[in-house]
Design a protein. Structure first.
Length: 221
């Protein structure tokens, strides 16, 4: 058995860092390297590049590689993505699950934006728990306008899913316990028949039950 020392990186130069970044890209057969995938193949931690070059993207540019990480990701985009992953899994996502194809944004993106994975979850819950403006009733003359949109927004959608424990309210199936189950948030009284887009008039259905329901009232389904 041969023993091999890890490279001593304390005095590694900027050029050596860039060369190593290029080497990892070549090893992966890609024109870029992700912030979260570099440490598995590179000499240093990814944060070293941020310290030396100002950001990961600037390090990629200096190494002649393509930039893939967006700098203009909004907080709402991160929350929308987190809600989607939560809905697909039927439960709170784990840090290591935040990767493609399930998640558009990596765990590192959330950690850098919010200061940690737990902090990201807490920020999202605080956002989702913000008061929702009361929507009009089915008899409101403004039904069908922006005051009663057909589709629930992120906050309302997540509240419905959480209230229903991420389970279909018709058959009881959940993606947390059965692979392939897809959840929808649906109107009890159809929107086309005057049903408001409100917490009380929305329920969680799996895709099969939602397709079977069609445009019928849930009480008739």
């Amino acid at each position: 058995m041969r023993y091999k020392l890890k490279p001593y990186n304390r005095y590694i130069t900027n050029q050596e860092l860039l060369d190593d970044l290029g080497r990892v890209a070549q090893f992966l057969g890609k024109t870029t390297v992700g912030y979260d995938e570099y440490p598995a193949h590179g000499r240093c931690a990814s944060r070293v590049f941020e310290t030396r070059f100002g950001s990961w993207n600037k390090a990629l540019q200096a190494a002649g590689l393509e930039i893939t990480r967006r700098q203009d990701i909004t907080e709402i985009e991160l929350f929308e993505n987190l809600e989607k992953v939560w809905r697909i899994l039927g439960r709170q996502p784990r840090r290591e699950e935040m990767r493609k194809p399930l998640s558009e944004f990596s765990k590192g993106t959330y950690e850098r934006r919010f200061g940690g994975w737990r902090a990201a979850l807490e920020k999202f819950i605080a956002f989702a728990d913000d008061p929702i403006e009361k929507l009009p009733t089915a008899t409101d003359p403004d039904r069908g306008t922006t005051k009663n949109p057909r589709f629930p927004d992120l906050r309302l959608r997540f509240r419905v899913l959480s209230r229903d424990s991420f389970k279909c309210q018709s058959c009881g199936r959940s993606p947390a316990t059965e692979t392939g189950v897809q959840l929808h948030v649906d109107h009890v009284i159809p929107w086309s028949k005057g049903g408001p887009t409100s917490l009380e008039n929305l329920s969680t259905l799996c895709e099969l039950c939602n397709l079977g329901k069609g445009d019928a009232d849930e009480n008739d389904y």
